[in-house]
Write a new protein. Sequence first.
Length: 181
Amino acid sequence: MLCSTSKVQIRFAIKKIAKKNFFFNNINDIDIIISNLLKINIYFTELSKIEDFVEYIDSLIIEISKILKKNIIINFILEEDINSKNLTFLILNQINNKSSVKRIIKKEVLKLISKFNGCKVQVSGRLEGVDIARKEWYLFGSIPLHTIRNNIDYFFYEIITQYGVLGIKTWIFKKNYETKT
């Protein structure tokens, strides 16, 4: 049985290839299941990106199979569901185009309003090249952070701009878990 460090190394290698070849913002999650063979599930947001990513990952499959001496099965799964990582990268791509941050956040959240119960987005740093760093945030619905039974998706990402570092935090409240009585 392989230890968890090999799972971490495999996940890190896949993410490294994804970042190097600009696929990182399209990968939602990576599941690694080790038994007699190695099964890797990679969850994507766009179908076109899956086809491009397959070309880059072939070399990684060969390396992993030599090291672990196991057969490898990789499943590419398309996820239509919005998550905090997708929303963060949607906002980041538009911030790079130097638009008003508050307007971008509002526009992206209002586009996706029907897919979740609540959302909070916070962008902090030297927004729009201003000398003094500040925070802009937008809250829609409710985000019950102190209730454990709620399904809240959180993502944080930093980007380096020509003015400095911007941090983006995204919380999405998807649904309440029902309690059994």
